[in-house]
Design a protein around this ligand. Structure first.
Ligand code: PEP
Length: 250
C-alpha cells in the first residue's frame, strides 16, 4: 500500500516574512498528520527557515535543485551533503524549468539523482512531455527516456530510494490540468516501465502528478489507481490551498 505524498514546490517565490506565516499555518493544520507524506520545497536561502519552523512536525522540507558534484569549485551550486546539514529529506531533480531554462540533460539529471541518494536524500525525479511532444505522439518515448537515463546510471535498487513526479510541461503553471484519465495513462506506463526493471520497486514507487493541481481537482486526480500524490506549484503558495489538497488526499 503506497502512501500519498503531497509536495509543494514554491519555486522562486516567498520572503522570510511570507514563509514564516505560511509555515506556521502548515504546522498548525498539518504538523501532526501521520497518514500522508508532506513536504515543501523553498528557495535555497529559506531551507534553514523550514528546518527551524517545520522541525519536529510531520511536514518535511527539501530543495528545488542540487549539484551532481560533491564539492569544490562550482560557484552558485549546493551539494547534497549541504542539504543534509539542514535536514532536508527530499530534493527535486529534473524539474521541467531546470531542464528547459537551465539546459539540464537527462544525463545530468541522472547524476543529480545519484548524488542525492548517495547523501541519503530522497530525489523527486520530475519527468514530462511538452505540448509539441504530446501532439506528435511522443509522450511515452520522452518520459521513458527520462526515466531510463536514471535507471541505467543507478540501477533499480538505488532508483527505489526516489519518487517520480509526472509533470506534463503544458500543464505547469498554465491552469490546464491533465484529465485524471490522462494522468492515469501515463502513470501506469511509468509503473510498467519500472516493473520491467524490478517489480517490487515499481509496486512501491510513489508516482506523483504535477501540473495545475488545486483544491478543486485534487480529489479526482488522487482517485486514480497509479497516482500517489501531487507535486503542487502555484497552489502551494497559499497555505489554505495546500492544506485543502492534503485534505483531499485523506
Ligand atoms: C510545478 O512547478 O511543479 C507545478 C506543478 O506547478 P503548478 O502547480 O503551478 O502547475
Amino acid at each position: 500500500m503506497r502512501r500519498t505524498f503531497v509536495a509543494g514546490n514554491w519555486k522562486m517565490n516567498g520572503s522570510k516574512a511570507e514563509n514564516q506565516s505560511r509555515l506556521e499555518a502548515l504546522v498548525a493544520a498539518l504538523g501532526q498528520r501521520q497518514d500522508i507524506d508532506m513536504a515543501v520545497f523553498p528557495s535555497m536561502p529559506y531551507v534553514a527557515q523550514c528546518q527551524q519552523i517545520l522541525g519536529g512536525s510531520t511536514v518535511a522540507w527539501g530543495a528545488q535543485n542540487v549539484s551532481e558534484h560533491t564539492g569544490g569549485a562550482f560557484t552558485g551550486e549546493t551539494s547534497s551533503q549541504m542539504l543534509r546539514d539542514f535536514e532536508c529529506r527530499y530534493v527535486l531533480v529534473g524539474h521541467s524549468e531546470r531542464r528547459e531554462l537551465f539546459a539540464e540533460s537527462n544525463q545530468q539529471v541522472a547524476e543529480k539523482f545519484k548524488a542525492a541518494v548517495d547523501s541519503e536524500l530522497v530525489p523527486v525525479l520530475c519527468v514530462g512531455e511538452t505540448l509539441e511532444q504530446r501532439e506528435a505522439g511522443e509522450t511515452q518515448r520522452i518520459i521513458s527516456e527520462q526515466i531510463e537515463a536514471v535507471l541505467s546510471l543507478v540501477g533499480s535498487d538505488v532508483f527505489a530510494n526516489g519518487v517520480v513526479a509526472y509533470e506534463p510541461v503544458w500543464a505547469i503553471g498554465t491552469g490546464k490540468t491533465a484529465s485524471p484519465e490522462q494522468a492515469q495513462e501515463v502513470h501506469s506506463a511509468i509503473r510498467a516501465q519500472l516493473a520491467e526493471a524490478n517489480i517490487a520497486m515499481a509496486e512501491a514507487m510513489q508516482i506523483l502528478y504535477g501540473g495545475s493541481v488545486k483544491p478543486e481537482n485534487a480529489a479526482a486526480i488522487f482517485a486514480q489507481q497509479d497516482v500517489d500524490g501531487a507535486l503542487v506549484g502555484g497552489a502551494s503558495l497559499k497555505a489554505e490551498d495546500f492544506i485543502a489538497i492534503c485534505d483531499a488526499a485523506a
